[in-house]
Design a binder for this molecule. Structure first.
Ligand code: ADP
Ligand code: MG
Length: 700
């Protein structure tokens, strides 16, 4: 199965190189697991005579002629005929190439949007060919034709969908029988899964869409099981190999800490602290996720833990994604933890002297709690005895950044926190090796934020309400979207809005503007004044999204909510509702908005439950957006599994992984052989036959 792809009929070294560099396909196995991107359903082909302008259709016909036309903008016209009418495919680019592949008399499939201009035509249709190769044809006399991802380069080498189908057909004919089935029939029956070979066959050459579903389920199960087993074994190894005696914990510290707080900790907060401290007492490192909806009070929980660590002589590093948030944590820690000199702040833009001073105190161990941004990751940050790491808003950091900080200590305890509640399905999958603590109940005395969605035409009414709340001593946020690609334009609109709000709408109010491009000193200063109540209205971009905590701010107006993700809106909304007063979130959408966009916004109006919103978001946007996996390209790295809809399969995989892991004597060894791709001793073939290459690269 590790047979090099070049040995498949029709693929030589040159094509093999391209398959490797363009699609990551190196072995026959890789090819068999190359998932079709979608399927064309023959029965949904339209007769050309029934196609009308503006419709998106798939048609098939025989090529009747090719011609190059147009004076300035030359284009290729490919005329096809299906017996009911004619239609042209128009290509402005790649003319020479298309002249070679569209041969008169052959049958093609075109998909795309019809426009009518001296006859029906589709500009740059998606195209495919009906397979004339009899082996392929006979196999899907069925109505579904699989289509594959390809690239320009692969296409010029013959790997359009038809080329893939042929190569995969050869791979199946020659090698499918060699693929081992890792599960016995009992297990397959119990789990209701297709045998692996049947699944691979059906994913490429299905008879029906139901076949595709079943095949995908089986292949997704493989991926998820592999991941779960891997996570479990790594965790076992950690526990087996890293056991060491740790200094004792002084229980008095916690009592005096909670006694010094201006409020009473909630049950959930106390429970979370107990779990975390329990982890610290165990002989192996803590690896825990603390999740709780915005405003649930995670910071104070992490502070208690940091204090406990300091009490036994360990240093703590607290990493936050923005300077504003790091500075806020610094102030909070200072206010709540006596002996302030042991706490330091480190950010990228500090004065050199000050920075050197901090680094020195960290190195000698005088500083027990170091709070900062990404600046903590730099190589000049050296700890004396880093025993505990807290990462706030952890989904803002990548796997590698977490690892970098981790390496600065000797297997330190790790607590990661998130206010973007991770949907259960995703948490189970990605964090099979993490313990999870959830804070569910918010502090007492909180009223739910009241959320309204209003069209822009009602903005003046919104202004009047804001004016009223400010006159009662409250503060307000106005938030504008900022979009990466055209940030300068969007930034201007925040600035424009600021000018209008300041000069025309609220001339008597203290109003200021905050965005990511300001020097950090200014940002800090503005936040400080807003917290101190010296600013009534803060006009801002999404820089306030994470973590900012100003309980006296009770109204947030978000413009263009249709430009934000649901979870992001929920985070923004979480900036208010942090005190005892009734808070409001007003979503101001453009008067002309699609029904779809309005429906999304309404999810937020209807629900205050971050978990529900995150699940909804996951359904709408796919799983790649979560947990710092964006940098890895597609999805969460799975070829077949879909984290949003495969919750049941994830559950199954978890149970199986638990029972498999029970039979592993030496986790370290198994893990090593797994990563190196060898067959782990004692579990012949099982993990090897699961799909793993991509998943491992995600985790490392
Ligand atoms: P998040 O979980 O979103 O990070 P924070 O830790 O910033 O939330 O806490 C939100 C606000 O709630 C802060 O002002 C904090 O001081 C306050 N808070 C935390 N715990 C309690 C509590 N038990 N009772 C009242 N207020 C609390
Ligand atoms: Mg927070």
């Amino acid at each position: 199965m590790r047979t090099d792809i070049q040995y498949i009929k029709g693929i030589g070294p040159r094509k093999a190189d391209a398959l490797k560099s363009e699609a990551g396909i190196e072995t026959v196995e890789d090819l068999l697991y190359y998932a079709p991107r979608r399927y064309l359903d023959r029965s949904s082909f339209k007769s050309i005579v029934d196609c009308f302008a503006g419709e998106t259709v798939t048609v098939t016909g025989t090529i009747r002629g090719l011609s190059v036309a147009g004076k300035r903008g030359r284009f290729l016209e490919v005329v096809i005929d299906d017996g009911t009418d004619r239609l042209s495919g128009i290509f402005f680019a790649g003319i020479q190439y298309f002249q070679k592949i569209f041969l008169e008399g052959s049958t093609v499939i075109f998909s795309g949007k019809i426009d009518v201009y001296r006859g029906k035509r589709i500009v740059h249709p998606e195209y495919d060919f009906i397979d004339e190769d009899s082996r392929v044809k006979s196999i899907h006399a069925g109505r579904l034709i699989p289509l594959y991802r390809s690239t320009e380069k692969l296409k010029t080498l013959g790997f359009d969908s038809r080329g893939f189908r042929r190569a995969i057909r050869s791979a199946i004919d020659e090698y499918l029988d060699e693929i081992p089935e890792p599960f016995d029939s009992d297990m397959l029956g119990r789990l209701g899964l297709l045998p692996l070979r049947d699944a691979l066959m059906a994913i490429h050459f299905p008879d029906s869409i139901e076949d595709v579903g079943k095949a995908r389920q089986r292949l997704a199960f493989n991926e998820l099981l592999f991941l779960q087993v891997y996570l479990r074994i790594s965790r076992m190894r950690l526990q087996q190999e890293l056991s060491k005696k740790k200094p004792a914990i002084d229980p008095g510290i916690l009592d005096s800490f909670s006694g010094s707080l201006p409020f009473e900790l909630t049950e959930d907060q106390l429970g979370a602290i107990a779990q975390i401290v329990g982890d610290m007492e165990r002989p192996f490192p803590m690896n825990r996720l603390l999740q709780g909806d915005v405003g649930s009070g995670k910071t104070v929980v992490s502070m208690a833990a940091a204090l406990v660590a300091a009490g036994r002589g360990e240093q703590t590093a607290v990493m936050a994604p923005t300077e504003i948030l790091a500075a806020q944590h610094y102030r909070n820690f200072q206010a709540l933890i006596p002996g302030a000199r042991v706490i330091e702040l480190l950010t990228g833009n500090m004065q050199k002297n000050r920075k050197a001073e901090v680094l020195e105190r960290v190195k000698t161990g005088e500083c027990s709690i170091l709070i900062g941004t990404h600046a903590l990751l730099e190589s000049d940050v050296v700890f004396d005895r880093l025993g505990f790491i807290i990462i706030d808003e952890q989904h803002r950091f990548g796997v590698r950044q977490r690892a970098l900080l981790h390496e600065k200590g000797e297997h330190p305890d790790l607590l990661v926190m998130t206010a973007t509640p991770i949907p259960r399905s995703l948490a189970l999958t990605l964090y099979g090796d993490l313990d999870i603590t959830s804070i569910r109940a918010k502090p007492r005395n909180r009223l739910p934020v009241r959320t309204l969605a209003l069209p822009e035409s009602r903005l003046s009414g919104v202004y009047r309400s804001v004016e009223k709340y400010i006159s009662e001593g409250r503060q307000a946020y106005f938030v504008y979207p900022i979009i990466e690609e055209s940030s300068s334009i969007e930034l201007k609109s925040a600035i424009n809005a600021f000018e209008i709000l300041k000069n025309d709408v609220f001339p008597d109010r203290r109003i200021d503007l905050l965005h990511g491009r300001l020097p950090s000193k200014d940002k800090d200063d503005i936040m400080r004044r807003f917290i101190a109540g010296e600013i009534d209205i803060l006009v801002s971009t999404t820089v306030i999204e994470v973590g900012i905590d100003v309980p006296n701010a009770t109204i947030i107006v978000i413009q263009h909510p249709e430009r934000f993700g649901l979870s992001q809106l929920h985070q923004l909304r979480g900036r208010v509702g942090r005190g005892e007063k009734q808070s409001f979130c007003v979503l101001v959408y453009p008067d002309e908005i699609s029904a779809e966009a309005k429906r999304r916004i309404d999810v937020l109006v209807e629900s205050d439950d971050g978990f529900r919103i995150a699940e909804e978001d996951l359904r709408m946007r796919g799983s790649g957006e979560f947990v710092g996996f964006q940098q890895h390209g597609h999805g969460a790295g799975f070829e077949f599994a879909d984290l949003a809809s495969d919750i049941d399969i994830i559950g199954l995989a978890r149970e199986e992984a638990a029972s498999i892991a029970q039979h592993i004597p030496d986790a370290g060894k198994v893990l090593k052989s797994l990563i190196e791709g060898a067959v782990p001793a004692g579990m012949p073939g099982l993990l090897n036959s699961l799909r793993k290459r991509k998943i491992l690269s995600l985790l490392s």
